[in-house]
Design a protein around this ligand. Structure first.
Ligand code: SAH
Length: 223
């Protein structure tokens, strides 16, 4: 018999009600969301709220995204086992764990050193050895491990950072919230042999991407 794991019933309910019923149909994505223990990625005071239909604060200026948003971005990225994936905005490490759970090798960039250290330790403890967390300005990407089959930006940007497009493999997908500081629209940018094509997905609200190709560092001192 399969051993009982904590919060399994909550996780199953989250997948059915928040994800499948809202149009996430890729069974591999749903299974990854069922496997990854989201409660391990939230601060202890939010343990009982880990599977609610909302983002939660994680300290610093970060939030762990709403489960639906994590699933929608993962779905749009069409991740295959063996893919190389870049995530910008590690935060808690939850999105990175979901990507790793699909068999990807994940490079995840976080500008806040404290969050990066905590996420790195958490992912190692939970056995996600195929995630590398790097403390850096992710608006410039991570050229060292490029090109990537998918790039997911989990912070809001005023524009598509050119470095990310450069580091995307041909046939690759970039998923990024573009807009102002209040509200954004998720965009799916595909790089093909004949050029770039962009599809608008849903409206969303992310914390700002702060850096060279995001919002200027000077406007967000100490965050
Ligand atoms: N994906 C995360 C949630 C991200 S919240 C999760 O699953 O928990 C957005 C994160 O982006 C914050 O932690 C913030 O510090 C980080 N961030 C903002 N600008 C950044 C930049 N230029 N480079 C890397 N990380 C950045």
């Amino acid at each position: 018999m399969k051993p009982w794991t904590p919060f399994e019933a909550e996780r199953r309910r989250m997948v059915e009600i928040q994800l499948r019923h809202r149009g996430i149909h890729d069974e591999r994505v749903l299974e990854a969301m069922l496997r990854v223990p989201r409660h391990e990625f939230v601060p202890p005071e939010f343990l009982e709220r880990a599977y609610e239909d909302r983002p939660l604060p994680i300290g610093g200026a970060g939030t762990i995204s709403q489960p639906y948003m994590v699933a929608a971005m993962t779905d749009a990225a069409h991740v295959e086992p063996g893919d190389r994936v870049l995530e910008v905005g590690t935060g808690s490490g939850y999105q990175a764990a979901v990507l790793a759970s699909l068999g990807a090798t994940v490079y995840s960039l976080e500008r806040n050193a404290q969050l990066a250290d905590a996420a790195r330790a958490r992912l190692a403890r939970l056995g996600y050895g195929q995630v590398e967390v790097i403390c850096a300005d992710g608006s410039q990407g991570y050229a060292l491990a490029a090109p990537y089959n998918s790039i997911l930006v989990t912070a809001a940007s005023p524009r598509v950072p050119p470095a990310l497009l450069e580091q995307l493999a041909e046939g690759g997908r970039l998923i990024i919230p573009i807009g102002d500081l209040q509200v954004q629209r998720l965009e799916r940018v595909e790089k093909t042999a004949s050029g770039i094509s962009t599809r608008m997905l849903e409206a969303c609200q992310f914390v700002p991407l702060i850096g060279k190709y995001g919002w200027p560092e000077e406007d967000f001192r100490g965050r």
